[in-house]
Design a protein around this ligand. Sequence first.
Ligand SMILES: Cc1cc2nc3c(=O)[nH]c(=O)nc-3n(C[C@H](O)[C@H](O)[C@H](O)COP(=O)(O)OP(=O)(O)OC[C@H]3O[C@@H](n4cnc5c(N)ncnc54)[C@H](O)[C@@H]3O)c2cc1C
Length: 384
Amino acid sequence: MADAMQTEVLIIGGGLAGCATAYYLAREGVEVTLIERFDLNTQASGCNSGSLHAQIPHEPFVDLGEDWARTFAPTLPLMLESIRLWRGLESELACDLEVSLRGGILVAETEAQMRGVERKAALERAHGLEVEILSRDDLRRVAPYVSDRMVGGALCPAEGKANPLKAAPAFAAAARRQGARILCGRALASLAADGDHYVAETSGGPIRARRVVNCGGAEAGPISALLGLPLPIEGHPIQVNVTEPMAPFVEHLVYFAGEKLTLKQAGNGSLLIGGGWPARWSARDGRAVVDPDSLRANLRVAQTVVPGLASVRLIRVWPAVVNGTADWKPILGEAPGLPGFFLNIFPWMGFSAGPIAARITAELVMGRKPGWDLAPFSALRYAA
Ligand SMILES: Cc1cc2nc3c(=O)[nH]c(=O)nc-3n(C[C@H](O)[C@H](O)[C@H](O)COP(=O)(O)OP(=O)(O)OC[C@H]3O[C@@H](n4cnc5c(N)ncnc54)[C@H](O)[C@@H]3O)c2cc1C
């Protein structure tokens, strides 16, 4: 066996989770090495639509019900704290991340949808999130670009957007400035405990580390399985659309209570239209590919909610794989039965929550108490 590279902490995965964890450790003087099988930020963290969410996602609220929402609710303070961190990241990382926090609006087309919006808002408020119910007139005043068909909505002032092409690279650059070693084109092949250390076999040779952090996104399950801890982390292909730039007219992050939708206007004027519409797996090579049916449906919904989109040209649609868990909750903390092996897996909304999940993970790796009750997010919930 080739001589193993030694490091204090090995991070697997160069998306937002991995790059931010590397930064929060390196700035405390911890020796850290990050490996990424491709290049940094090429998977979900660089291909997402850049929404900064704070609220309970509406779709599972409807599909999984209010009991689910109550079990998800402990995640809300994390999301809110993450957005507080986002506010300071541009100066901390010395990079324009295009962070804009002008609020998120969930709009309803029917009175029945409106009742659901109100029930969700009540639960969110009970967990410390500021949410304002909007009547039809309020909605006209706050968001005049929304269709007259909409009967009302809810405004969550904390929410907004940032540029996913910039965030993880900015964390990585700052981590490097603090001495982190970042190795791209290095795939993890195997991982085994060796006394109080772990030895990782990678495509560039073995690495021996006292602590290991799994930031593998949709691949985090197979990575944990190398240590005998299979985790039911899902990878779902979904797609996002971007239009040509328009003069500024959509101020908020917009959601719809009737169908899947997120819609926002980026700093350059382009509209980003998504909401988790499914892409497909290619039969030829197993990669995610655009689903034209989803494309049409997504644009139809967007135009129903924001009629001003009718004349705008679409310039690109892309698929990418989002990391999911069935309960939508993150998996954070030291893995049960595997001292020194940590999990930083934030599903579905891991762009929004990336900073706080990484901060918490770094604190745990350094042996500190992060000041959060992490019991709801433990991998123990998967124990038989
Ligand atoms: C289309 C789309 C839109 C989305 N929109 C939003 C949004 O608007 N707001 C929001 O909050 N969230 C959004 N998300 C979710 C969010 O992007 C993800 O939850 C988040 O980026 C996950 O970050 P991560 O670093 O854990 O994973 P990733 O960014 O996927 O990074 C994991 C990295 O691990 C690497 N890796 C895996 N296996 C190995 C191995 N064996 N060896 C070495 N490296 C390995 C991968 O190559 C990858 O680079 C969206 C996701 C998608 C796909």
